[in-house]
Design a binder for this molecule. Structure first.
Ligand code: ADP
Ligand code: MG
Length: 260
């Protein structure tokens, strides 16, 4: 049961988009994915068609109950034709207050999500992280067994990646099983400009082993999220099929040895 943290301390690089794309690929493949929306902005929740969550992950982080995440899981609004409908543990704006409270826990507030995920039965869990290296992202990294680092091919992206990799390494040193393992670096929003090509090359040269096949910049990707639809369900919209294929490839890499 892979639990995958999707991270970058920078906003706007495509963490949520990649979570939604992977969820769409999983649904099309008949895999029931659970999305944990740890970003107080809640973009993954709305992208899945949940505008007024009935529960949420915030209470789960407060309660400290082993396996407690089950009480936060609800169904999503994606159409049934798109395959196995994903599940959601929704975000709420209260999460940012919770993050500040976790910081005052004398036991350390970094493993609340890990505890809540105890024994979770879903075949794939994707944790959408906020754009910071605060305790919410740290909770995701303590709960995950894999981590997917998302970046865009923009100025100094490699520096941001290096900082995040250091944090991941520090967490691995603290965990008995040395998790989470890096799935790789997903380069998202790759456009056709010389600038994008340059920064893409920089990343590929700096991290030749870790860079994954890129996700290109396509209007259909943003439209799917804005319409709360899976990219695999956009039909003949230009670029939708190509984008869906890129997320299929990324899902293969995320599932790794679990694919048959
Ligand atoms: N591959 C892509 N093609 C087109 N638009 C994209 C792509 N990836 C992300 N976007 C758009 O870029 C913006 C930021 O993406 P988002 O996933 O919200 O980033 P993050 O979660 O890292 O803050 C959103 O408006 C999203 O629709
Ligand atoms: Mg986001």
């Amino acid at each position: 049961m892979p639990v995958v943290a999707v991270v970058n301390q920078k906003g706007g690089v495509g963490k949520t988009t990649v979570v939604l794309g992977l969820t769409s690929a999983a649904a099309a493949r008949g895999i029931e994915a659970l999305v944990v929306d740890l970003d107080p902005q809640g973009n993954a929740s709305t992208g899945l068609g949940v505008f007024e969550p009935t529960r949420g992950i915030d209470l789960v982080l407060e309660q400290e109950r082993p396996g407690g995440i089950r009480s936060a899981v609800e169904s999503t609004g994606w159409p049934h034709e798109c395959g196995r409908c994903p599940l959601l543990a929704a975000s709420s704006p209260d999460l940012s207050v919770r993050e500040a409270q976790l910081a005052t826990d004398p036991l350390g507030g970094q493993d609340r999500l890990q505890m809540a995920m105890n024994g979770s039965p879903w075949p794939l869990v994707l944790v959408d992280c906020p754009p910071s290296l605060g305790l919410l992202t740290i909770n995701a990294l303590f709960a995950a067994d894999r981590v997917l680092l998302v970046t865009e091919p923009g100025a100094w992206a490699a520096d941001g990646v290096a900082r995040m990799l250091q944090t991941i390494e520090r967490i691995r040193l603290r965990r008995i099983d040395e998790s989470p393992r890096l799935v790789g670096i997903a380069i998202n929003r790759l456009g056709r400009t010389r600038d994008a090509r340059y920064w893409h090359e920089q990343l590929s040269e700096t991290y030749p082993e870790a860079c994954l096949p890129p996700i290109h910049l396509r209007a259909a990707v943003a439209e799917a999220a804005a319409q709360s639809l899976p990219i695999h369900g956009l039909g003949s919209r230009p670029g939708a099929t190509e984008a869906a294929e890129e997320f299929d490839v990324l899902l293969d890499r995320v599932l790794g040895d679990e694919t048959t």
